[in-house]
Design a protein around this ligand. Structure first.
Ligand SMILES: Cc1cc2nc3c(=O)[nH]c(=O)nc-3n(C[C@H](O)[C@H](O)[C@H](O)COP(=O)(O)OP(=O)(O)OC[C@H]3O[C@@H](n4cnc5c(N)ncnc54)[C@H](O)[C@@H]3O)c2cc1C
Length: 319
């Protein structure tokens, strides 16, 4: 069963999530006996595209004339690629792009969809995919019974595997047709690590007292090479931009390391971060609920602990 993998791209390169999705799709193709074909868009260089072969893609289809992320156009691109390759399984990453494109393709192709997958499906008796549910509080096992099957893989839940190999790159002559939406302008925040893709995240809450104290949070993040995040009240009060707010009503993230400074650990906050591999909590209140979810905890005043941590992180990265 051939597997088609949609790869998002930013700044002329495949997105980090694309490598995980290709590894997943290639292992799924090996499991179900087909080839793994990636499809992407934009002005990427052929070397970067061929390098997706290291993660298991045998072929990469690219529509270089599609330059903006526009859901209905990307959905049409994936439909075309699925038809031309005869793929019966389509893999997306469950990131912002995947979340907007996968359901459109699912509706168009009448394909059952398992959102937020955590593992390869069980294909012995039916086609059953284990997925994240209720903001990581439960698992759901979905059986997809349609001919074409769609899976969106939760970022940071499947380890990318790199080996030798090059994929054949084919440019797609793709006509996006008339779109009902025109992208007028795309503004991106510069110089920061993309939060949903970050391996390390330094996050802070109301315990930091005010925006004027965020320099310490940024210094620690910089010393570790981490992205920054915050609790909801912090962004509601305008101390930090809303795209940094994590939780039930913000971004759900699964970094390898999540450092929470002066955050109480309310369930609505935990809902967005409890999939993190290692959680470190810094809070002056030993009874703060976040300590129950922590792998490591520091009971102390952030204004005393942070300068020491920043110093230690700088020394560590200098060695
Ligand atoms: C429908 C709904 C959705 C919500 N969605 C979200 C969401 O997506 N994300 C989210 O974050 N919240 C969300 N909330 C809000 C959530 O319930 C909490 O109010 C919020 O997470 C608390 O933020 P906080 O921990 O920064 O602040 P606080 O609750 O005020 O906690 C501050 C913490 O800092 C500690 N502290 C204070 N001073 C220091 C110091 N000097 N050093 C170290 N520690 C210190 C305190 O002990 C305390 O634990 C939602 C609420 C509702 C009702």
């Amino acid at each position: 069963m051939s597997v088609l993998i949609f790869c998002d791209a930013h700044d002329g390169k495949p997105a980090k999530s694309a490598y995980e999705a290709v590894t997943y799709g290639a292992q799924l193709a090996a499991q179900t006996g087909g080839e793994a074909v990636a499809v992407t868009f934009g002005n990427l260089n052929n070397e970067d595209l061929a390098a997706l072969g290291k993660f298991g893609a045998s072929k990469v289809l690219v529509a270089k004339n599609v330059t903006h992320m526009e859901g209905s156009v990307l959905a049409k691109l994936v439909e075309n690629a699925a038809q031309s390759t005869g793929a019966k399984i389509i893999v997306f990453s469950h990131d912002n792009t995947g979340k907007s494109v996968a359901p459109l393709v699912s509706a168009k192709l009448n394909a059952g969809m398992a959102p937020s997958a955590l593992e390869l499906p069980e294909t012995g008796d039916g086609f059953v995919v284990k997925c994240n549910a209720f903001s990581g509080k439960a698992y759901a096992h979905y059986e997809i019974t349609t001919d074409v099957k769609i899976i969106s893989l939760l970022p940071n839940s499947f380890k990318k595997v790199e080996k030798d190999g090059q994929a054949a790159v084919e440019e797609l002559a793709f006509d996006p047709g008339a779109s009902r939406i025109t992208v007028k302008e795309v503004k991106r925040t510069e110089g920061t690590i993309n939060l949903p893709e970050a391996d390390l995240v330094v996050s802070a809450g109301r315990g930091m007292k005010g925006p004027e104290n965020w320099g310490m949070v940024e210094d620690l993040a910089k010393a570790l090479g981490a992205a920054t995040a915050c609790s909801r009240p912090v962004s509601d009060m305008g101390w930090r931009p809303h795209h940094e707010h994590v939780g039930q009503t913000g971004l759900a993230i699964r970094p390898n390391l999540y450092i929470a400074i002066g955050i109480s650990g309310a369930i609505q906050h935990l809902a967005g971060v409890n999939g993190s591999k290692v959680i470190v909590v810094i809070n002056k209140d030993p009874e703060a609920p976040f300590f129950k979810a922590a792998d490591y905890g520091i009971v102390g005043d952030a204004f005393e602990v942070l300068p020491k941590l920043i110093e230690a992180a700088k020394q560590f990265s200098a060695n």
